[in-house]
Design a protein around this ligand. Structure first.
Ligand SMILES: *Cc1c(COP(=O)(O)O)cnc(C)c1O
Length: 350
């Protein structure tokens, strides 16, 4: 297919669509490997050590995906029939196939999280402070940062301390789904470790904004990671010469973190162009690399979506009338602006 200029196509469906750069592929091809189930892959070891240090935790475990990272964390924390408190709009509650219930017998308790984190008042509401035989025993509070459905909003370390303090006072542990924690850290100019000081386990994705082809890490205490290694094997997540992939992860952690600021700037310029065109755009308080926008009815949405695709502008559709744009390292600032202009033009022609 040919498009107006060589800036197109622009794929803004997700930050998971990035492909390894030539330098990343070089790191992959030179990776030293061994059997990681035997604990003999030096590159995986290095990746785990590097991630643990960056997050200020004792140890880390390399897992296949973010979903597996969250699942293995929860399986390690909980027994069957235990409950976890999740944000109603969280990825864990909505986008992970109900794995915690299907595979762990874990009961989800949902709390409203319209701004990314549930408020303490909401948490008190969903978990009354009584030792009541009728209730599933809550073990963990899960938080997500950045929070995808809340416009990729970044919660601050202080806000996270607030809900973590509530959880710890109630005897709960806290798990963070930090698929995009590095976006939050770059947006708020804080170290990733500052966000997780009061967090018991955290999952970070290498395959989102950081641009690796696969992989996530769970970071926590050494004792927790030791147990989590058993659960990873049980769910089929033991990998052999995984250094091939871990090398890409190491490359991503050393080269692709600070540049996330470019993705945030691109998202901001898309936001400005769409808003300027009169499009209904979700206003996140502390946005990072996503822009959500909507149109008035399904027919207009179908038309806009198809017209943009025809011109090489791809984004996600998350409801009949709502769309999601995600910026990432395979889309430069110029492409982001050109894509936004196409959307604005096609909106104008509706
Ligand atoms: C992508 C994502 C996950 C899951 O990661 P996968 O690697 O796709 O399994 C978990 N949480 C959030 C917030 C995500 O965006």
């Amino acid at each position: 297919m040919s498009f107006e200029t060589d800036l197109f196509p622009v794929d803004l469906r997700s930050d998971t669509v990035t492909k390894p750069s030539a330098e990343m592929r070089k790191a992959i091809s030179e990776a030293e490997v061994g059997d990681d189930v035997f604990g003999e892959d030096p590159t995986v070891r290095r990746l785990e050590k590097t991630a643990a240090e960056m997050l200020g935790k004792e140890a880390a475990l390399y897992v296949i995906s973010g979903t597996q990272g969250n699942l293995v964390s929860l399986l390690t924390h909980c027994s069957r029939g235990d409950a976890v408190i999740l944000g109603r709009d969280s990825h864990l509650a909505n986008m992970e196939g109900g794995g915690l219930a299907a595979l762990g017998g874990i009961v989800p308790i949902q709390a409203d999280d319209p701004k990314g984190l549930p408020s303490v008042a909401e948490l008190d509401l969903v978990l009354p402070p009584t030792d009541n035989v009728h209730l599933a025993r809550a073990r963990i509070l899960c938080v997500e940062n950045t929070h995808s459905r809340c416009g990729a909003h970044a919660s601050s370390p202080e806000e996270i301390f607030g809900v973590a303090a509530w959880a710890h006072k109630r005897g709960l542990l806290v798990h963070m789904d930090g698929a995009r924690l590095f976006n939050a850290a770059v947006a708020l100019k804080a170290k990733p470790s500052e966000f997780v000081k009061e967090i018991d386990s955290v999952q970070i994705c290498l395959s989102k904004g950081l641009g690796a082809p696969m992989g996530s890490l769970i970071c926590a205490s050494s004792a927790f990671i030791h147990e989590a290694r058993f659960w990873r094997k049980k769910v089929g997540g033991g990998m052999r010469q995984a250094g091939i992939a871990a090398a890409a992860g190491l490359f991503a952690l050393s080269n692709n973190v600070s540049r996330l600021a470019d993705d945030h700037a691109s998202a901001q310029s898309i936001f400005t162009i769409l808003k300027g065109a009169g499009i209904q755009v979700l206003e996140a308080e502390r946005p990072t690399n996503m822009v959500y926008f909507s149109v008035s009815d399904e027919r207009s949405a179908n038309k806009l979506f198809a017209a943009c695709r025809k011109r090489g502008v791809f984004f996600g559709r998350i409801s009949p009338v709502m769309f999601r744009i995600v910026t990432h390292l395979d889309v430069c600032g110029k492409q982001a602006q050109a894509a936004a202009k196409v959307i604005a033009e096609e909106y104008g022609a509706l």
